[in-house]
Design a protein around this ligand. Structure first.
Ligand code: MN
Length: 247
C-alpha cells in the first residue's frame, strides 16, 4: 500500500467511525480530538458522505531546502494540512453535506458553516500548494506560460513584483494567487483559507499558482520576514504545473 492509498484509506476509516458514532458509546472512541465527541445526526440519509483526501507529498520534507526548511514542511503537511483534512471530513459528515464532489462543495461553500468553509478551503489550497512547488525547478516559466505572463504583466519581473505585492499586502493569514479569468491572467489574494473557486470569494478565477502566506508556512525559518520567504519561494515554483493548470 503506498502512502497516498494509506492516507486515503485512513481518511475513509476515520469517516466511517464518525458515521457510526451514534452506534458506539462515547467511551468507545479513543480519539482525544474534539471531532470524535460530536454526534452526527444524519445517519439515516442515503449514501456516504463526501470524503476529501490529502495528496501524498510529491517530494521529501527536505526537498525544497533552502527555500523552505524540512521542519516547516513536515509540520505544515502532517499537522496543519492533515488537520484541515480531518476537520473538513468530520464537518462534512456532521453537517450532512450533499455536494457530490470537492469541486461542487467549494463552488457552493457559502451555503455551509464557517467550519466547512475554512477546513475544506484548507484541504484544497494545500493540495494545490504542494503541487505548484518542486525541488527540480528550472528557474522560470517557459513557452505558453512565459508568453502569457509577458502579455499580461509586461515582463516576468513585473509579474513577480505584482504577485509579491499581493502576498505582502494580504493582512494576517491568507493566500496570494495567479488566476485565469475570462481568458485573462489576474493577481489577487484571499483571507484565511478562502480561494478563488469559492462562490463567496471577492477574488475569483481558475487558480494557476497559489502561495500560502500564513505564518505557519514560514515563521520557523523566516520569522517575521514574509518578504524573504516570498523571494526565495520563486526558486521552487513548479512552472510545469502552472502550465498544466493553464491548459
Ligand atoms: Mn498552510
Amino acid at each position: 500500500m503506498d502512502r497516498k492509498q494509506f492516507l486515503s484509506n485512513s481518511l475513509k476509516a476515520a469517516a466511517g467511525v464518525l458515521v457510526a458514532g451514534p452506534v458506539l458509546s462515547s467511551a468507545a472512541c479513543n480519539s482525544p480530538a474534539p471531532e470524535g465527541e460530536t454526534t452526527p445526526n444524519d445517519t439515516t440519509s442515503p449514501g456516504t458522505p463526501l470524503v476529501l483526501e490529502q495528496i501524498a507529498l510529491p517530494y521529501a520534507y527536505s526537498a525544497l531546502e533552502p527555500s523552505i526548511d524540512a521542519s516547516t514542511m513536515e509540520i505544515h503537511y502532517t499537522k496543519h494540512h492533515a488537520g484541515y483534512v480531518k476537520k473538513a471530513n468530520a464537518a462534512i459528515a456532521e453537517e450532512g453535506v450533499k455536494a457530490a464532489t470537492e469541486a461542487e462543495l467549494i463552488a457552493t461553500i457559502g451555503a455551509y458553516s464557517a467550519g466547512i468553509r475554512n477546513n475544506v478551503g484548507g484541504v484544497w489550497n494545500h493540495n494545490m500548494f504542494w503541487q505548484v512547488m518542486t525541488p527540480s525547478a528550472t528557474g522560470g516559466p517557459t513557452g505558453k506560460v512565459l508568453d502569457a505572463l509577458n502579455g499580461g504583466f509586461g515582463s516576468i519581473d513585473a509579474f513577480k513584483e505584482a504577485f509579491t505585492e499581493a502576498a505582502m499586502k494580504r493582512f494576517g493569514s491568507g493566500w496570494a494567487w495567479l488566476v485565469l479569468r475570462n481568458g485573462e491572467l489576474e493577481i489577487g489574494s484571499t483571507p484565511n483559507q478562502d480561494n478563488p473557486l469559492m462562490d463567496v470569494s471577492d477574488f475569483k478565477g481558475t487558480p494557476l499558482l497559489g502561495l500560502d502566506v500564513w505564518e505557519h508556512a514560514y515563521y520557523l525559518h523566516y520569522q517575521n520576514k514574509r518578504n524573504e520567504y516570498v523571494a526565495n519561494w520563486w526558486n521552487v515554483v513548479n512552472w510545469d504545473e502552472v502550465a498544466r493548470r493553464m491548459a
